[in-house]
Design a protein around this ligand. Structure first.
Ligand code: FDA
Length: 303
């Protein structure tokens, strides 16, 4: 209840105050700030995936601007020698306005990254987008088999079936590359598990399927129980280090992150940046007030 009140009040507060909540998990407004954050992470042995903040645009002019911003980000990051790839949210390119225009914009971004031998991850958004984003992934994967990956959400009841349904795209020489996360949007019980225990159980079931079938998983969680569960599966199937990675959000759970890095596991941090941090932070909090706890905790821990 208190979390919901805080989350609803945040958009009414001055930007400066919201920034206090947001600054620990957003790299900054500019590409320079993002590069600085990535370099610091790289220096600590951590790879990155860079995300330009924004989603749910109102018109297709914004989609073009977002495409151009990503194309220029890729130029800057590649020439800066950053050890990292890129994450995109398809609604930022008009997925819900004109899926074909969205495909063409993201195709240009993937082609650019592929030219550098790099990789674009399609983030998974709310349940209205899941079929469209899987379809988008299939089209891009056909043309750029090594340069595109997708996110799957363990809270969705359908996810294990989606994984099985995507296996036709998998080959041992070019494995599917999926980030597995719990899922951040507020979704109805009909389609999504609601309780921590059932989401975690499904997360490990999905991961088990991925590891047994040679899919390269980005294990995206800060939940110690899931990290332990993932390590147990990696051990059980004797998965070599280069066949999986852990992923965490910028500014979250730095101690757990360090433990995994020190033990020699590949770690990638999601680095969001951009002008739209205010709308992004407040929307996320309104959608899922439970994050308030996490943010307050991370603010306290990072001081
Ligand atoms: P859980 O929510 O149980 O958190 C475990 C602990 O981690 C908390 O107790 C808290 O200490 C800390 N924590 C978690 N989130 C925090 C936060 N935001 N701030 C501060 N502390 C926090 N979702 C989605 O729907 N589509 C997507 O494409 C992605 N992409 C993505 C990329 C990466 C790299 C990560 C790590 C996560 C995502 N997510 C996502 C978000 C994901 O679905 C999920 O909401 C969060 O990771 C939180 O879930 P945990 O597994 O960390 O567990």
């Amino acid at each position: 209840m208190i979390n919901r009140l805080i989350a609803n009040a945040l958009p009414l507060l001055p930007e400066r105050v919201v920034w206090l909540f947001s600054r620990s998990y957003i790299a900054g407004e500019t590409v320079d700030k993002a590069m600085r954050a990535c370099r610091t992470l790289n220096d600590g042995g951590i790879k990155t995936t860079i995300d330009i903040l924004g989603e749910f645009i109102r018109n297709l002019d914004e989609a073009e601007k977002n495409r151009d911003e990503y194309l220029s980000l890729i130029d800057v990051a590649q020439h800066s020698g950053i050890d990292g790839n890129y994450s995109v949210k398809p609604t930022m390119f008009g997925l819900l306005i004109d899926a074909d225009v969205c495909y063409r914009h993201i195709r240009e971004i993937v082609a650019k990254a592929a030219g550098f031998g790099n990789f674009i991850r399609i983030d998974m958004e709310d349940s209205n987008c899941v079929d469209l984003e899987i379809h988008l992934f299939r089209r891009l994967k056909a043309e750029f088999p090594e340069s595109v990956g997708l996110v799957v959400q363990a809270y969705l009841r359908r996810t294990l079936d989606d994984l099985k349904g995507l296996m036709d795209l998998h080959t041992p020489s070019v494995p599917l590359n999926f980030r597995l996360c719990k899922g951040i949007y507020a979704e109805p019980r009909r389609i999504a598990f609601q309780h921590h225990a059932e989401i975690n159980a499904h997360f490990l079931e999905d991961l088990d399927f991925m590891l047994q079938n040679g899919i390269y998983p980005g294990i995206a969680t800060h939940d110690r129980a899931l990290v332990d569960g993932a390590l147990a599966l990696i051990d059980r199937y004797d998965v070599p280090r280069k066949r999986y990675e852990f992923q965490m959000l910028y500014g979250v759970a730095p101690e757990l992150r360090r433990t995994l890095v020190d033990a020699g596991h590949t770690m990638r941090v999601y680095v969001p940046y951009g002008r739209h941090w205010f709308g992004y932070s407040t929307r996320r909090l309104k959608e899922n007030p439970k994050i308030v706890n996490s943010i307050i905790k991370s603010l306290l821990l990072s001081r």
